[in-house]
Design a protein around this ligand. Structure first.
Ligand SMILES: [Zn+2]
Length: 254
């Protein structure tokens, strides 16, 4: 599932392949994924336009083209593909003056938006909280000033945007904090530990474009039903928090 590090990877690949390239054709637009726009509108807006450097807010990729801005959310299974090979799960294909980019998305969650200009981008990202890379230690206190379970708050994109199931669990495990606790209940030291955990997980994952399933990380063992904590060897436990499967170490994350 694409989270902040993955979408940042897509952003980098878009920057590398598409910046300075001009759209020659728009095809294979999947109406199910369109949000407040149409295939015709996307075609009209982007045809002949040249892409600028892309941006990202949380899990949303923003692709400005000297006026219109294409925005993509990758849902559970989305990715960008540059091989130029048509695929049954292509939901938007842009032929450029050099190369082809396909927004591929098997499960058709996420979305495709079109802003007429940069000023209209707020219509797409306005409900999102600040990007997690921009959240300061002091702003973390605002994010945590909520009654919901901590794990649910970390994944609430309106509180702060970009964390998902893997990054949230990994950060909480680093910080040795029980994901089921109320966000507001964290003490000062716990908040600092959580902040360091989030920064560390994002910093280490960003260059790789994903949360690495290293054996020394929770992510490396979480899919194993009999998985053990890489730090203390305790048998990992599963719980449902905020509607998502949460993996944690019951010994260290009290
Ligand atoms: Zn442990």
């Amino acid at each position: 599932v694409p989270e902040l590090p993955d979408v940042e990877g897509f952003r980098r690949s878009f920057e590398h392949h598409a910046t300075g390239r001009t759209v020659r054709a728009v095809r294979s637009v999947d109406a199910i994924l369109l949000r407040g726009t149409s295939a015709q509108a996307i075609g009209r807006a982007l045809h002949g336009r040249t892409f600028q450097r892309p941006g990202r807010h949380g899990k949303v990729l923003l692709c400005p083209a000297h006026g219109p801005v294409l925005a993509l959310h990758f849902g559970m299974t989305g990715s960008l593909e540059w091989d130029g090979q048509p695929h049954a799960h292509d939901r938007l294909v842009l032929e450029l003056d050099r190369g082809v980019v396909a927004f591929r998305n098997m499960r058709r969650m996420g979305g495709i938006w079109l802003a007429r200009d940069a000023g209209e981008v707020g219509r797409i990202t306005g409900r999102l909280g600040p990007d997690w890379l921009d959240v300061s230690r002091r702003e973390l206190d605002d994010v945590l000033d909520r009654r919901a379970a901590l794990k649910a708050v970390l994944m609430d994109q309106t509180a702060a945007a970009g964390l998902g199931n893997l990054t949230a669990d990994e950060s909480l495990w680093r910080a040795r904090i029980d994901p089921r606790r109320t966000a507001r209940s964290l003490g000062r030291d716990e908040r600092s530990a959580l902040y360091r955990g989030i920064r560390r997980v994002l910093r280490d994952s960003l260059p790789l474009g994903r949360v690495p399933p290293r054996p020394t990380w929770l992510t490396g063992v979480r899919d194993d039903r009999a998985g053990r904590c890489p730090r203390c060897d305790e048998r990992l436990r599963r719980a449902t928090v905020g509607g998502r499967t949460t993996v944690y170490c019951p010994k260290e994350q009290r």
